[in-house]
Design a protein around this ligand. Sequence first.
Ligand SMILES: [Zn+2]
Length: 418
Amino acid sequence: MRRLRSVILAGLVAAGTFLLPAAPASAAPVNLAPSASPSASYTSPWENVAAINDGIDPPSSNDTVNRRWGTWPNTGEQWALLTWSQAQTLTSAQVYFFDDNGGVRVPASWRLQRWTGSAYADIPGTYATATNTYNTVTFAAVSTTRLRVLMQSGQGSVGLLEVKAIGEGAPQTGWNPPANLVTPLNEVWQHVESTYPNLYGFRNYGWDQIMANRGSINYCVRWDTSATVTAAQRDQIHAQLTRQFKKWMDVMAGHNGWPYSTVPLKVVGWAVRDRAQLQWSDNSVDIYVNDIRENAPQCAEPCGRFFNQSGNYPNCPGGASHHYDMSLWLTSGFGGGAGGDWGQRIGSEYFMSNLNTDNVHILLHEIGHSFGLDDFYDWTPTGVGGFLMKAGSASQITEFDAWMFRDWWRHLRSRYGV
Ligand SMILES: [Zn+2]
């Protein structure tokens, strides 16, 4: 679980250029769905209602890659529900229907409903049933703790791939952690500052990478195993990495000037010892063969952020759009994990056996390191129980982890002029 940071390089890159974000958060509507809890009238055992607000834009209505919500074989009136712990102000919603042209089809009709406190009330609007796209409904602003998608089935059962609930976002300005976390958060930051004297000089945290890209992140997969990979496995690896990374990004959406409601993740490259291990022929990702560093395959150094911390990639084949910020280093037989500004390293068998796990906790922990979060091998902040960054004491991002994460943004944001 130990983090490995490129502290040696830090002094060389202090003069790096950092671009300002494209737009401040206050100017943009925010998708509030990811902070809601999803539920439904019924979910087929092989589907997952968590799909409806996981933030993944489906490739089509017949999505065979990402999680889905569906009610097969149930028909008639069905619903999916987003519930928030506090009232949200909503001004529109976008619904992407699941339709496999078989047992699950778009509904005959549907509508949105809000919870009044005692009952569901229809939200007037125009309700389309297009496939392969979002169906957008705009309406006069409503304040509610629940948004329900109520459907009447048509030619089959019904399902949803994604729901976006668009609102103004809670205007969170400044630093507002829960009172019981103020003391332990202060302890953690003091510990960080005393442990890492170059903390503010280092310029390759995940924060720096996202800001340099204006709100996205690129990955290389270092396939450090002799196993083969199918195209379907490649896409599942991409999808799961996206879901795990998003859990940290959701912590920041709408918080304290963080400018991005979502941070798209793209796997741009694969590094492998033998091209024959990769069982696809399309050119959707760059492939790097037998470029060995640390006794493992890596993507080309001219394309790597770790090696080009100025953010310029003049010698990267294909140009800057083919650069990678981090590597997901999957090593056969590797136990535990490692994380730093260069990415995350975990066992290939561990990751491949957790492609559908909700919380891949070792990967989540290591991504935390990539954004600066520390380990807690020898101390525990006052009054805090288990949390993800204290290895072995939690298997998902806790509220304390989230606030430690936000604290890094609080202390670094001035370097971006935000
Ligand atoms: Zn660790």
